[in-house]
Design a protein. Structure first.
Length: 159
C-alpha cells in the first residue's frame, strides 16, 4: 500500500471512529433516565425546577416568597385552584443549594418550608412538584404518581 493510501485509510478509520462515538453518545442520551438531578459537576450541572401548586381549597389564594442564600425570588400569588409558581436554577457545584419559601393565605400565619435542599432532593427529583396544603407541603412522588411525600412546616426558619 502506498503511504498516501495508508494515510487516507487511517484518516477514514479515525473519522469512522469519531462518527460511531458520536452515534453512541447520542444513543446514550436517549436511554430512559429517572428524573433525579445528577450530582453537580464542574462541566455539566443539570438545571432543576421547582413548581408549586395551591391545594389549599376554595377561597384560599396562596402567596409564596422564595429565597436562597444568593437570591430573593420575590412575592408571587398562586390562585386556587389553577395557579402555579415555578422557578429554575442550577444547583451549585458545592452541593449546598437550598431554597426556602414563606407561604401565606387568608387568616394563616406565615409558614416556612425548605422547598429545595440539594442533599435531600437530588436523588428524588430534577423537576420537583409541590402541592401546598394547610398541614404542610406535599411533594409529587414519581414512583406512586401521587403527591404523597408530605412534610411539616419548618417554622423555625426566619426570613
Ligand atoms: C434515580 O437514580 C438515582 C441515581 O441513579 C437513584 O439513586 C435513585 O434511587 C433513582 N430514583 C428513582 C425514583 O428511581
Ligand atoms: C384568587 O385569585 C384569583 C386570580 O387572581 C381571583 O380572581 C380571585 O378573586 C381570588 N380569590 C380570592 C378569594 O381572593
Amino acid at each position: 500500500m502506498s503511504s498516501l493510501s495508508k494515510n487516507v485509510l487511517q484518516l477514514f478509520l479515525v473519522m469512522l471512529l469519531g462518527f460511531s462515538m458520536t452515534l453512541f453518545t447520542f444513543a446514550a442520551d436517549l436511554t430512559p433516565k429517572n428524573d433525579s438531578a445528577t450530582r453537580p459537576n464542574f462541566l455539566d450541572r443539570k438545571m432543576a425546577r421547582v413548581t408549586i401548586f395551591n391545594d389549599l381549597g376554595e377561597g384560599l389564594n396562596l402567596t409564596v416568597h422564595c429565597k436562597s442564600g444568593h437570591s430573593d425570588l420575590g412575592v408571587h400569588k398562586v390562585a386556587y385552584p389553577k395557579g402555579f409558581y415555578a422557578f429554575n436554577f442550577r444547583p451549585n457545584f458545592f452541593g449546598t443549594t437550598l431554597y426556602f419559601c414563606g407561604f401565606r393565605w387568608p387568616d394563616s400565619p406565615l409558614h416556612m418550608f425548605d422547598i429545595y435542599v440539594f442533599q435531600r432532593d437530588r436523588e428524588v427529583c430534577g423537576k420537583c412538584f409541590w402541592k401546598i396544603r394547610e398541614d404542610g407541603p406535599c411533594m409529587f412522588n414519581y414512583e406512586t404518581k401521587e403527591y404523597d411525600l408530605c412534610s411539616n412546616w419548618n417554622n423555625r426558619r426566619k426570613f
